[in-house]
Write a protein that binds this ligand. Structure first.
Ligand code: AHR
Length: 631
């Protein structure tokens, strides 16, 4: 049982607001990526884990992660004597003993399961060859299927093949006619043993996609995309986070390794203990961001990696050039720029939208080199080339402040803490000077209880504390231009960081209590913040009033961080056109969490209230309410 928040005596808070205020930036609430199988195994819809044996050591058992032999076949990962591409040197060797007659093949267990869903057409492909083919060609058919671990086949198709020493690509589809609640399913490729007895074949880039969001080839998982779309997020910060940096500079996320044909992408050793295919590459991110009606906040590697080492000053040019090329891939003219021409060849001749570039990630871990040369080298070069873009710095703004030159106008801050921090921090931005500096709260989350006990899933106490903190974003949205909870996604079967906004399995999505807080703030962001009487720091109750000007609607957010009810009396500068308003509330008993076994323990519900020039609202304990008033 999680510790309860402190109860306080119920009070009444008077809120008067006028029509004065400031614009709310359209970018205010968005998303950030990417750890704990949130890309591969998560958003990226590929179902086959370790599909191309990227970045593994041939001959080791780890190289066979997710693969198993069927029948008497022997499988191993080898360095192919004639690889399918220089980027994919390894292959699955499939050796069938002479005299075999029974079915042989191999299976893949997916990213901790494979969903089987009625009506879904799965699209598959693989490369194969026979390094030493028999003098008389052998032809036959593989069977590709989805099956249970006990061998019940749910859907299958045949895929013809002929032996050849050169790589051939096979493609196939099959459609499932039933939905399986269990995800412990396998993808299998099998063949009659007598057809291939005595042969050794190689396979690689064995791929299987379910239907994807917007029907994109090499696309994104539908349910996760739709869950995120339900938040109407304004931006997507990518490729990290730590995902940008790599353990060393050599392991960094290098955009050029993530574009073009899948066969030309080597993948990389990721920063969170697993290998990234980079099938989810720069183009796929941008296409999805466009499909989701977001805008990118795109990071470029800034010469700092997670081992703590910084690139030396005289080695920075490599990374400056890489960053310029990365930006040109996104917005360059495809008729004159080589990187933009790659984008065009992949299907997007027009530039993508790009306004914000983040220079590095958490460079406060290496503030001296950032201040001495890394920020300036990158900023000066990128700004000279792309003066229309906004550049975000990632060093600390307090404590051991590195003074950056040129002075940044955008700054990314990260904070992970406990509920009390976020309740007390609701005024953190109020005291900052209005000197042109714009803030990005690029990562924040309640990660522990007030006792310090770690959280596995967000709990209502922390989520409501985040809501109180976010009232500060609304109120200070003249200087806070963007904010994103972090991390975003967590595969329930392989967790590297908790808590996360959304937890998923191969066939379920669990929206946390913090998800609903983010969603309510985003949906009711408005375009204008109306100045109101403010509460005192450390108060249990926060509020914010914003307006959707064209709809003539006012959004009155009330956040009660106490466990007991509190009353807020709003005095409006107008008389509402309707005497009844509708509201949405997220509230639950202290300690409530949405978990895989109880995914809907706390979900928002709607209510109606009496609207007049004065609105009296009794906010339940631990609640975020949004009252919609029409002028
Ligand atoms: O959000 C999880 C990780 O926390 C991010 O990748 C990193 O930037 C931060 O340290």
């Amino acid at each position: 049982m999680l510790a309860a928040a402190a109860a306080v005596n119920a009070s009444t808070f008077d809120v008067t607001f006028s029509t004065a205020g400031h614009n709310v930036p359209s970018t205010l609430y968005g998303l950030m990526i990417l750890i704990t199988y949130s890309g591969d195994g998560g958003l990226y819809a590929e179902l086959i884990q370790n599909r191309a044996f990227q970045q593994v050591t041939p001959g080791t058992s780890a190289a066979l992660t997710a693969w198993a032999a069927l029948g008497s076949a022997k499988i191993s990962v080898v360095a192919s004597s004639s690889p399918v591409s220089s980027a994919l040197p390894n292959a699955l060797s499939f050796a069938v003993p002479s005299g075999t007659t029974s079915t042989v093949g191999f299976t893949n267990s997916g990213y901790f399961g494979i969903p089987v869903t009625a009506g879904w057409t799965y699209t598959g492909s693989f490369y194969y060859r026979t390094p030493t083919p028999p003098s008389t060609k052998v032809s036959g058919s593989f069977t590709a299927d989805l099956r249970s671990t006990s061998g019940t086949v749910f859907t299958s198709t045949t895929v013809p093949f002929t032996t050849s020493s050169t790589w051939q690509q096979a493609t196939f589809t099959f459609t499932a006619s039933s939905t399986q609640s269990a995800v412990t399913n396998l993808f299998a490729l099998s063949v009659g043993g007598s057809t291939v007895a005595g042969l050794t074949m190689e396979f690689t880039l064995i791929s299987l996609f379910p239907p994807t969001f917007n029907g994109r080839k090499n696309g994104f998982r539908m349910d996760l995309s739709e869950t995120l779309l339900d938040m109407k997020p304004a931006f997507f910060r990518f490729p990290g986070g730590n995902n940008l940096e790599g353990e060393t500079a050599a392991d960094r996320w290098a955009w050029e390794n993530t574009v073009g044909d899948l066969v030309d992408r080597p993948g990389r050793v990721g920063d969170w203990g697993y290998i990234n295919t980079d099938g989810l590459g720069l183009y796929e991110y941008l296409q999805w961001i466009e499909d989701m009606d977001m805008q990118p906040i795109m990071a470029v590697y800034a010469g700092y990696s997670l081992n703590g080492a910084s690139v030396a000053s005289n080695d920075m040019q490599t990374y400056i050039t890489e960053a310029i090329n990365q930006i040109n891939f996104v917005i360059g003219d495809a008729s004159t720029n080589a990187q933009a021409a790659i984008r065009s060849s992949m299907g997007h001749p027009d530039p993508f939208t790009l306004n914000y570039i983040e220079i590095g990630n958490e460079d406060f871990f290496s503030p001296t080199t950032y201040a001495d040369y890394r920020w300036a080298d990158l900023y000066n070069a990128l700004h000279a080339e792309f003066p229309q873009l906004h550049y975000i710095a990632t060093s600390a703004t307090s404590g051991n402040v590195p003074s950056l030159s040129p002075a940044p106008t955008y700054w990314d801050l990260h904070i992970y803490s406990n509920p009390n921090f976020f309740i007390n921090g609701a005024y953190n931005f109020d005291i900052l000077s209005r000197n042109g500096l714009q803030f990005f709260q690029g990562e924040y989350a309640t990660t522990t209880e007030n006792s310090g006990a770690a959280l596995t899933y967000p709990f209502i106490d922390g989520s409501i504390a985040e809501a109180a903190y976010m009232a500060g974003f609304d109120r200070n949205s003249d200087i806070v231009f963007a904010a994103s909870y972090a991390p975003l996604l967590n595969h329930v079967s392989s967790t590297q960081w908790t808590p996360d906004l959304i937890t998923f399995s191969p066939n379920t999505v669990i929206r946390s209590t913090s998800y609903y807080v983010q969603q309510l703030y985003s949906l009711y962001k408005g375009d204008f913040y109306l100045t109101s009487t403010t509460n005192t720091a450390s108060s249990p109750v926060q509020w914010s009033v914003t307006r959707d000007t064209s709809a003539g609607q006012y959004f009155l957010k009330v956040i009660n961080t106490a466990t007991s009810a509190n009353t807020v009396v709003f005095t409006l500068p107008f008389t509402p056109s309707h005497t009844t308003g509708t509201g949405t509330i997220l509230t639950a008993a202290s300690g409530t969490q949405n978990t895989p076994t109880n995914p809907n323990a706390a979900v928002p519900s709607s209510f109606s209230f009496t609207a007049g020039k004065t609105i009296t609202y009794n906010a339940p304990g631990l609640s975020l309410s949004v009252l919609v008033v029409t002028a």
